[in-house]
Write a new protein. Structure first.
Lengths: 253, 333
């Protein structure tokens, strides 16, 4: 079976620094794969290379069997690899609802000329708005749908960003530290939501997260990066027992 | 939007009503404007036409700076290119004025595509401002040097405008032609900004990387925003040619650019209502002080300071607070 996402020997260099060094792994549909490692290990850079936000030096990225490493970020997103951002990627000028509508951009079919000559895009907009409302309601965010994103709490922003990333029912979701700044009970709920996405909707999830308990409790597989290299890859239990991992986090004993 | 969130149906309905008030009442405005020329003397009619002429100029500028969020000062280039296109087509090819409107817009739009190139290469903020400013100055050099076509620094006398065989020989005739054009420009731009295109513009303004992650081809939208801005401003240029009848390079200099920038700053960046409002204030108000030499600049300066201090989101925010019908879809006061 073709894996949902397959990374082969991916290398990213910034000047003399090798931020990601020949990393290979795969993520299957319905699988939660966590990417952990100390700060500066290259996790976000790896994300950016996969989603077309950072130029890669060499290697291949296959999404649903097709090479995507040469594609621009918007094409990769349109194909169904959606992501969230470490520092919050919501559009501050837009409300929560409008953010989700922006997430539905490729589904709102309205052409430029049709817009000007055929009476606006009311129909396409109405259908998308209905869907966006429904999505927010599922996450119990309907009460904040008209709030500007910049005025939402950190936790609400994270949740809206996830809803937005999921709006088009993408097969792959890349989450960059979704639990940062969340209260413990919110963290638990986030874990349940991510778990549900994988097991019920068969979404493949690639997750960067420092909240190690969350990672160990929901992940099917954990990949450990250190200095841009993959130092471990296995089930949470295997990774926990791996001495390379201890070294990565604590240094040489 | 601000009130306590509630899920009660009546409150939700109210929220909906607040979100999208019927805007049919807007048609009252042009209807009320129809008899305006009857009350005004020819000079006041000229001022009214000047206001109408600047509406597309402000709207196009605001799409690029306010909605797309790119600090591009190429507006006066689009304006001049539109004006000269209209003038040259009338003078050299003998086209009637009305037939030059769309070509003027097209040339402005083409100039918009050209002006978007630095932005596509990743140039932003002050660097983009100065590069696009250079475009306007470069065009001024073209108007001066391309003498056989533009008439050089002496300028070019434009034939009297006509509309489908009707001669627009009086200010009041021009008024109706301009009003119709302005309505079309406003409706078209409003549709654009209310659609996923307008939403994509603001997404790019907020966070380009995240916009691309929504599947929005950001480069294409940046070109589109510039092209639409240039198109609309080019139409304004054609109106300018019809209004003043004589084009000189000095009409498209830095002072002109500052005036146009004041329109969108005072009106409200990213607000279509603001573009219209800013135009009225910036072009009509100085004319009130015409008989008091020196006060024109003073009034203008004081007004800018007051608006920046007390209405940082522009005059549009004042109107939006007065009634939700004036609220732009994606513009928050």
């Amino acid at each position: 079976m073709t894996p949902l996402l397959e990374i082969q020997d991916l290398t990213v260099r910034f000047g003399g620094l090798t931020a990601v060094d020949r990393v290979s792994f795969r993520v299957d549909a319905g699988e939660i794969c966590a990417l952990i490692g100390p700060n500066g290990a290259g996790k976000t850079t790896l994300f950016n290379a996969i989603t077309g936000n950072a130029p890669m030096e060499s290697g291949r990225v296959l999404f649903q069997g097709a090479e995507i490493q040469h594609l621009p970020a918007h094409d990769i997103a349109a194909r169904g690899a959606r992501r969230t951002f470490q520092n919050g990627g919501l559009f501050g000028h837009l409300t929560a609802l409008e953010n989700v509508l922006a997430g539905l951009h490729i589904e709102v079919k309205s052409s430029f000329l049709g817009l000007l000559f055929a009476g606006g895009a009311a129909k396409a907009e109405a259908a998308a708005t209905k869907k966006a409302r429904e999505l927010l309601r599922l996450m119990e965010l309907e009460t904040i749908e008209d709030h500007p994103a910049s005025e939402l709490s950190g936790g609400q922003q994270r949740m809206v960003e996830i809803v937005r990333a999921l709006a088009t029912d993408p097969p792959l979701l890349l989450l960059d530290e979704p639990a940062v700044g969340l209260a413990p009970q919110m963290r638990e709920r986030l874990g349940q939501i991510i778990r549900g996405l994988a097991s019920e909707r068969r979404i493949g999830v690639l997750l960067i997260e420092h909240a190690i308990e969350l990672v160990m409790s929901i992940s099917d597989r954990v990949i450990v990066l250190n200095y841009g290299r993959k130092v471990a890859d296995g089930t949470p239990a295997e990774v926990r027992a791996d001495k390379n991992v201890l070294e990565a986090y604590l240094g040489h004993a | 939007m601000k009130g306590a969130p509630s899920t009660a149906p009546s409150a939700a309905a109210q929220l909906n009503a607040r979100r999208a008030p019927s805007r049919r009442a807007f048609w009252l405005i042009p209807a009320l404007l129809l008899p305006l020329p009857l009350w005004l003397d020819p000079y006041q009619q000229y001022v009214a036409n000047l206001v109408l002429m600047y509406v597309p100029v402000g709207i196009g500028f605001n799409v690029v700076v306010g909605n797309l969020g790119l600090l591009a000062f190429s507006n006066v280039a689009f304006f001049g290119i539109g004006a000269y296109t209209s003038g040259v087509l009338m003078l050299k090819l003998g086209l009637p004025w009305w037939a030059t409107i769309v070509p003027a817009g097209m040339m402005g739009g083409l100039a918009g595509c050209l002006a978007s190139v630095p932005a596509l290469r990743g140039v932003r903020l002050f660097y983009l401002a100065i590069m696009t400013l250079a475009f306007g100055e470069l065009m001024r050099w073209v108007y001066i040097r391309w003498e056989p076509v533009t008439g050089g620094s002496m300028g070019m006398a434009v034939p009297a405008p006509s509309l489908l065989g009707w001669s627009l020989d009086s200010e009041s005739h021009k008024f109706y032609a301009f009003l119709a054009l302005v309505i079309v420009v406003i409706i078209a731009t409003d549709r654009l900004l209310r659609s996923r295109f307008g939403r994509a513009f603001l997404a790019i303004k907020s966070n380009e990387e995240a916009a691309a992650a929504m599947g929005i081809p950001t480069d294409r939208y940046i070109v589109l925003g510039f092209a639409w801005g240039g198109f609309v401003v080019g139409i304004g240029g054609a109106m300018y040619a019809a209004l003043v009848g004589h084009l000189t390079p000095t009409s498209f200099d830095l002072t002109e650019l500052i005036l146009q920038f004041a329109i969108i700053m005072l009106g409200g960046l990213g607000s279509l209502t603001g573009s219209v409002l800013g135009t009225i204030i910036v072009t009509a108000l100085p004319e009130l002080f015409r008989d008091l030499p020196g006060f024109e600049e003073l009034a203008f300066g004081v007004m800018i300071v007051l608006v920046i201090l007390f209405l940082p989101r522009g005059l549009a925010s004042l109107l939006a607070r007065a009634h939700p019908i004036f609220r732009d879809r994606y513009y928050r006061e």
